[in-house]
Design a protein around this ligand. Structure first.
Ligand code: NAD
Length: 489
């Protein structure tokens, strides 16, 4: 498997005006923290490490703007979100560079994320214009016959948003866009590793005309800024994207607040005997190893009909071995680093555990610094962590099955339930399998790794609470308010 040489690190050409943004202005908090390129450890800049007191200042400022009742009409929200979508596209090159340098995406992957973020904002703008209620049937009961009434959708108030490192722009857009479209204020804490992208995005919102006091960005740690934000008494809704364990902690800190949680996945793909084998193999490899597997939709477990298992596995191994691991800036690179060496070592350890318990290594299994080579395993015991937990790294398991019932049962044998894929040319089988998989979405003839930003996104059990996807997030971030008029008063 080829390995491209990481290129010599050039300084980041963009720096934020300050390390954070709150109370309507760019500010530097009392403490700062470094941002590094995970590929070579070079220092890219410093941002604020917000203290609980600074988070309080940020939340209080946004809450005051929301409470002022100042009219920020839907048409204006639509206009500024549309303008922000345009600006994201205009600054594509800069955003691509920032995402790729501080995160783990190759330049190709980062460019794709920029386009997605513009789409998320465009959808948010659209939703700002669709916040409608309906009239209510008061005359259906004798107690209501002299009333006329309806409900509208009102903003919840102040949204606290916490985001992970792996999609540092689009997941920030999935919080900011719907919250602002719904007329809320929002305070966002980006992941420790990727705060510069969030600050570049904040610059775009300001330039697009979003009122500066309606939102704040408070970079910092999870246990410091994150916990202070989630627990703040002026926060009305917590929107969290991250791992299941952190989600549990966030839920405890949030208490009885409304919460939206987008958590992890341990996604399965079923390849049936009548599948287009080559299509399935390529889709599985793309879905397993994009962003070095650091994707909540990554393919982790493949169950393939025993009759085609040998040829399918061969195809997967061949496509995996053709991937180029290397520097993020090199356009020939397919697989960049993990977000840090600690994570790469964790993945290595999970692979080692599977091998120690009898798994067979078919490809990869190598680590250097933060890089972990795309790895294919088979014969993995059902209780190994690469089967039971979310790997969030470039590891794929392939296991044969004898009956479709067995494949569905094994795919469902997990605490998670984000997405799944099924490859078959039989329409009836596809629909039956799709109905029986306990997940938020099933992709037929594609891997689990596909979504559009307009679909309801999330899953049952440990994959989350509620749904994102712009329209569904706007719905969650607004609440119905009834107005009833008594006639003849
Ligand atoms: P993480 O859970 O380690 O961190 C996520 C965020 O939570 C970070 O900003 C972190 O600082 C913050 N945080 C940590 N402790 C906190 C606390 N006590 N209170 C408040 N905030 C706290 O996740 P990560 O490693 O950044 O991202 C990977 C995880 O995110 C994976 O599990 C992945 O599946 C999940 N993810 C889910 C989706 C989705 O939409 N379902 C999308 C992307 C990533």
């Amino acid at each position: 498997m080829p390995a491209a040489e990481p290129q010599a690190a050039a300084p980041l050409t963009w720096q934020p005006p300050a390390g954070a943004l709150w109370s309507g202005r760019w500010v530097d908090g009392a403490s700062s923290m470094p941002v590094h390129d995970p590929e070579d450890g070079s220092l890219l800049g410093r941002v604020t490490d917000a203290s609980p007191a600074e988070v309080d200042e940020a939340v209080t400022g946004v809450a005051a703007a929301v409470a002022s009742g100042e009219n920020w009409p839907a048409w204006r929200r639509r206009e500024v979100l549309d303008a922000a979508a345009q600006l994201v596209l205009k600054r594509r090159e800069l955003l691509t560079q920032v995402i790729s340098r501080e995160g783990c995406k190759t330049v190709q992957e980062a460019g794709g994320e920029v386009a997605r973020a513009a789409e998320t904002l465009r959808l948010s703008a659209q939703q700002a214009g669709c916040l409608t209620g309906e009239t209510l049937p008061f005359s259906d009961t004798p107690r209501g016959h002299d009333r006329l009434g309806w409900y509208t959708r009102e903003p919840v108030g102040v949204v606290a948003a916490i985001t992970p490192f792996n999609d540092p722009l689009n997941l920030v857009a999935h919080k900011m866009g719907p919250a602002l479209a719904g007329g809320n204020g929002i305070v966002l804490k980006p992941a420790e590793a990727t705060p510069l992208t969030a600050l570049a995005f904040a610059r775009i919102l300001l330039d697009a005309g979003v009122p500066a006091d309606r939102f704040a960005i408070v970079p910092g740690t999870g246990s410091g800024a994150g916990r202070a934000l989630v627990g703040h008494h002026l926060v009305d809704l917590v929107s969290f994207t991250g791992g299941y364990r952190t989600g549990n902690e966030v839920a405890r800190t949030a208490g009885a607040k409304k919460t939206l949680m987008e958590l992890g996945g341990n996604n399965a793909v079923l390849v049936l005997a009548d599948a287009d084998r080559e299509l399935a193999a390529q889709a599985v490899v793309d879905g397993a190893f994009g962003v070095a597997g650091q994707n909540c939709l990554s393919v982790q477990r493949v169950f393939v009909d025993a009759r085609i298992a040998a040829r399918f596995t061969q195809d997967v191994v061949k496509a995996t071995e053709a991937l180029t691991v290397g520097g993020k800036a090199d356009p020939r690179t397919d697989i960049g680093p993990l977000i840090n060496e600690r994570e790469a070592r964790r993945v290595e350890e999970w692979v080692r555990e599977a091998l120690d318990h009898g798994a067979e290594l078919l490809a990869g299994g190598r680590r250097e610094g933060a890089f972990h080579w795309p790895t294919v395993l088979t014969g993995v015991p059902a209780d190994a962590r690469v089967m039971t937990d979310e790997v969030f790294g470039p590891v794929l398991t392939i296991e044969p099955f004898d009956t479709v019932d067995e494949a569905v049962a094994r795919a469902n044998d997990t605490h998670y339930g984000l997405q799944a894929g099924v490859f078959t040319t039989g329409l009836d089988t596809a629909l039956t399998v799709a109905e029986r998989l306990r997940v938020g979405a099933v992709m037929v003839n594609d891997s689990s790794d596909f979504r559009i930003d307009a679909m309801p996104f999330g899953g049952p059990r440990r994959s989350g609470v509620g749904r994102e996807g712009v329209r569904y997030a706007v719905e969650a971030m607004t609440e119905p308010k009834v107005i009833a008029v008594r006639r003849g008063a």
